[in-house]
Design a protein around this ligand. Sequence first.
Ligand code: ADP
Ligand code: MG
Length: 724
Amino acid sequence: MTGNSSRVQAVQNIINRPPMPVKQPEPLSSLWASDVFTLGKMKESLPKEVFKSLKKTIEASEELDVSIADVVALAMKDWALSKGALYYAHVFYPLTNATAEKHDGFISVQSDGSVISEFSGKVLVQGEPDGSSFPNGGIRSTFEARGYTAWDVTSPAFIMTTDNGATLCIPTVFVSWTGEALDKKTPLLRANAALNKAAKRVLSILGHTDIAPVNSSCGAEQEYFLVDTNFVSQRPDLLLAGRTLFGAAAAKGQQFDDHYFGAIPERVQVYMQDVEDQLYRLGIPAKTRHNEVAPGQFEIAPFFESANVATDHQQLLMTVLKNTAKRHGLVCLLHEKPFKGINGSGKHVNWSVGNATQGNLLDPGSTPHSNSQFLLFCGAVIRGVHKYGPLLRAAIATASNDHRLGANEAPPAIMSIYLGSQLDNVFEQISQGKITGSLNAGVMDLGINTLPIFSKDAGDRNRTSPFAFTGNRFEFRAVGSGQSVAGPLVAMNTMLADSLNWVADALESKLKTGADLDTAILKTLKEVIDTHGAVVFGGNGYSAEWHKMAVEERGLANLRTAADALPVLKEPYVEELFNKLGVLSPVELASRFEIYAEQYILAIEVEAKLVVSMAKTGIYPAAIKYLSDLSVTLSSLKSNGIDLSNERLVHITALVTSMMETVSKLSSIISRHDFSSPEEHMQFCAKTIRPLMDEVRCFADALEGEIADELWPFPTYQEMLFIK
Ligand code: ADP
Ligand code: MG
């Protein structure tokens, strides 16, 4: 092994690392939700009336009776103490994709100096973290810093155990003193409520009288990379930006497709089991794990849950993935594009709507053509994605996700919808004005007696579509791996609520003029597909033809970068959508634009600074050391009569010179702040700073292929991706 001494040391450390002990997994029955204050535990510990009231709020969204808070708090505290917790925390989700928590002790000092554990209903229900340092997009100035957290009963409290102890965690919303949402949970709860109302309208027009609360569901598949800590600690880019800003491709990448679904490396499997053990204790139903396409890349997918709980669980899952990796000497990278030239990571948000009485409202059954309820809900989704596609794009717009969207590995930035052949056909019939039947899904007969004959799905999959129907749900595939799923879910639920209200209005007006229900339904569906069918696309979303056709013939937006997409949040039709459904007020929406724009700019500034410093203090010194060694060696050889060409000397000199010239250019523009608007500043980041960063990288990566390996200062792609 060559490599500079610290890289050699890193590899030695990894080789000599004792394996993590393999824990014998406990039976699921004793693990499952053992750290969660579940309905079952509430039932055991609360008076019957109190439990009944709480259950109604949780399951039927009935108003929370605050007078029961003291009793609940007491039971919760006793349970938490029995689990060894000395502290409790209101957990909330600020507008940063992170999770925030402020810990308070149960301790209460008495007048005689003794202490007791105390936890009242008041502190369960409401907290007041100062929180003035969280981004608020101009809603609060620092002298008006009050922010409140309020208990979200619908997401269960849990114990978070770390090596440092146990804490009772209470999921909460986070709002300003003036009542504006400062978090990601508040609009999600409001969007769920709007969806519930709109869906019930449609269901009751269809003749249902017993309609349970309608909720959205979410199952998020999470992709991530694992890299050994020994390498990450030597890569300032991975440490601070979460992705490599330099690095020549290894000779082998993912071209053999030999990592995808391959045998999971032992060290990784031990890690995964450790993660799952904790997830199960937290009541998070981890279900699927496998290797992903890129070397060093993996995926975990839990079973789906109601959107609000799934969102909280998704945040927890990201925390558990990261914290557990540390214990295993690994770093879990959730960035959308940690390594150039191999696939990045996404988060597929599987999403549906349903309730306890009518079931999954996006389940077509085996004869979708005769399932008008399904068709109306599916039609509402089609209308939503067409009308609010740019909003969906904005909901996944981050500096890091820009590297994926449109890079022929992830769905394009153009929002279209994939239905599959069976539904395509049904909607085609609707457009013709007459529904006759559903294409048969058919069976798969492999012609080998010993293999079973099985039934096929009615539609294939299409991994190039950002928004694909997958049998009984939609899968929003363009979401970033490091993102909270709350934003995308808010966008999806709000657009669907709007569309369902439109459907209800359309049906009602037709019924009023004397149409029978079937005719009203068919006419409404025809209007949907005739007006919004342009968003349905079943072909190759990666192809250049689609990109041209989508924009020029179908009028769909192609918002390539977050700088192009985020301003959609300022569009009047988006403001109206959120405002009329009570999801976000204009002030709240405007503040979100400010915050996301700022985060985009800051993310690129940090990266640009890293490019400058790594190039100047790491790559340049290594390159000139090599040049100097080389020229000394060449002249000494020459004096001994061996005359080697100095071609390489010239080539490397040219690369170093060009790299440093570009570094100077980049360095001089990073801190430009004389922009008239955040939009202009974002465009400058996207169109001027980023390309210069790429240019520096080009020269640097070429240098990596030229100079002596023992001088190269940063762990290489080969090391980071293949040594574990
Ligand atoms: P694939 O990789 O084949 O798309 P996975 O099994 O990895 O599928 O993940 C599918 C995800 O979709 C899981 O989280 C699953 O629980 C979720 N899912 C299934 N049905 C629904 C539904 N009705 N609503 C939301 N999510 C669902
Ligand atoms: Mg999937």
